[in-house]
Write a protein that binds this ligand. Structure first.
Ligand code: COA
Length: 445
């Protein structure tokens, strides 16, 4: 069977930076350690006044197409995953295709376009859609572009304000991919939850603490469901495990839970038992509180072991490198984690070809999905093309007063006439409003 998977990835960060420890924490009266140690975040990215989910997505897709030498005729599908859409009818993918048509000969009239919504997991769902479309033989030799793009803003002084971010990840999904091959095996954990939602409002209603617990509960179900199709899994089967990363501290919790789960029934469980005892099981406790206290105690002991810490340093830590400097990108976040892990592996000479990544996605509302991806020979050449370090370095660093202005600029309910902080160059920019309330874009040479 022909391999289908991700052929190329491009990452586009918002061009502004808010330093959380130096600038945000003091203004909020917080200890910087809450950000750098607790949440695991140093900075958030924000869009400049001429950037938004369309420009970030279109700029990522443009670089992707240029780099791969593609024309609109090569693309049969453009799917956008976002939870920051500004229109309940016209999908963001039409705006992005419109941008790209400004710079290419030909058009995307033949391409199926859509927009996926399920909080942060819709980026992964769009990948699944693209995979299924190719597997079903409906692609007529063409590839799909999947774009996960978001501006993750919270209301001022909401606890979520600490975990904001903005950026886009564009992925080319093709036959015979150059990066990772997807498979039909996946596991789900899905339930009707109200942890984070935006009922016709721009800024989310969030029950932050609950959202952390719902993430963990759904992830546990998805892991069980995945194991039911993939068979026995072992922690050493996966050199990298990219998780959805709203903030790295969330992944610290999820990784410990995942590890506890996947070591069960393996030699690692026996080795750990010699050191810290056996994992507590719910049937051994009379009340939920006793069971939760025992699990917390066991998890604390587990995360102190050298075995766990070595696994975490190799398998999880590299996937968090980029997130620490850009914050939460919602739909793009797990795809940023994959790219971050692969980038780190290339820079450290790790040989991953033929090995499997275990990818753990999550969206509030709520659903988790776990699947494996096989790294394809030659992946290093593809990942070497990323220019995210340069983009991160070149961001304009905001003062707190400037941050307040930028938050207002992107607040749909505020009128703001802030000047741009950076000069656009060779990119799509927001260019005002049209007569039907549509957003307009142009390419700046
Ligand atoms: N040094 C080290 N760690 C510190 C610290 C310090 N000075 N101050 C606080 N911390 C730790 C806390 O102990 C906590 O870690 P823990 O959860 O492991 O105990 C962490 O930093 C965050 O501090 P907390 O007081 O819990 O932050 P908060 O009440 O402002 O809320 C969120 C944190 C994540 C709930 C909030 O940012 C939020 O609602 N985010 C949006 C929702 C979200 O992203 N959910 C994730 C699932 S999708």
């Amino acid at each position: 069977m022909t391999a289908v998977g991700i052929d190329a990835i491009e990452i586009r960060t918002g061009k502004l930076k808010l330093d959380l420890a130096e600038t945000f924490a003091p203004a909020q009266g917080d200890d910087p350690g809450k950000y750098t140690k607790g949440l695991g975040l140093h900075a958030s990215s924000f869009p400049d006044v001429y950037e938004d989910i369309v420009t970030m997505g279109a700029n990522a897709a443009h670089r992707l197409m240029e780099r791969k030498g593609l024309s609109p005729q090569d693309i049969g599908r453009i799917d956008v995953a976002t939870e920051s859409a500004f229109d309940n009818s016209k999908p963001v993918s039409t705006y992005i295709a419109g941008c790209l048509e400004q710079v290419y000969d030909g058009d995307f009239h033949h391409a199926n376009k859509g927009e996926r919504k399920f909080a942060c997991i819709s980026g992964t769902q769009s990948l699944d859609d693209a995979y299924n479309w190719i597997r079903a033989g409906r692609n007529r030799g063409r590839s799909a572009i999947v774009i996960a793009t978001d501006t993750a803003l919270y209301a001022r002084d909401d606890p979520g304000e600490a975990t904001q971010g903005a950026g886009a990840v564009a992925m080319l999904v093709s036959e015979e991919p150059s990066l990772v091959e997807l498979s039909a095996e996946q596991g789900f954990g899905s339930a009707d939850e109200t942890d984070f939602l935006k009922p016709n409002q721009q800024f989310p209603s969030v029950d932050g603490k609950r959202s952390v617990n719902v993430y963990l509960a759904r992830m546990r179900e998805a892991l069980d469901d995945y194991a039911s199709v993939a068979g026995d899994i072992h922690p050493e089967d996966y050199p990298l495990v990219p998780f959805h990363t709203p903030f790295p501290g969330m992944v610290r919790k999820a990784a410990a839970l995942g590890y506890r789960h996947i070591v069960r029934g393996t030699d690692v469980e026996d080795l750990l038992a010699e050191e810290i005892g056996h994992q507590p099981m719910p049937e051994d406790f009379e009340t939920d509180d006793e069971w939760h206290a025992a699990i917390k105690e066991y998890t604390d002991a587990l995360t102190e072991t050298e075995r766990y810490q070595d696994w975490y340093a190799d398998t999880i830590e590299p996937t968090l490198d980029i997130a620490r400097h850009v914050g939460n990108w919602y739909t793009g976040s797990v795809h940023l984690a994959r790219a971050s892990g692969l980038k780190h592996a290339r820079e450290h000479g790790r040989e991953l070809a033929g090995q499997q990544l275990l990818v753990a996605s999550y969206g509030s509302g709520a659903q988790a999905e776990v699947h494996a991806e096989r790294v394809v020979p030659g992946w290093e050449a593809e990942i070497a093309q990323l220019n995210i370090d340069e983009q991160i370095r070149n961001r304009h660093e905001l003062t707190f007063a400037e941050y307040e202005q930028v938050h207002d600029v992107h607040n749909h309910d505020q009128e703001s006439d802030a000047e741009e902080f950076t000069a656009p160059e060779q990119e799509f920019v927001f260019d005002g409003w049209g007569r039907m309330g549509e957003r307009k874009y142009r390419y700046v040479e």
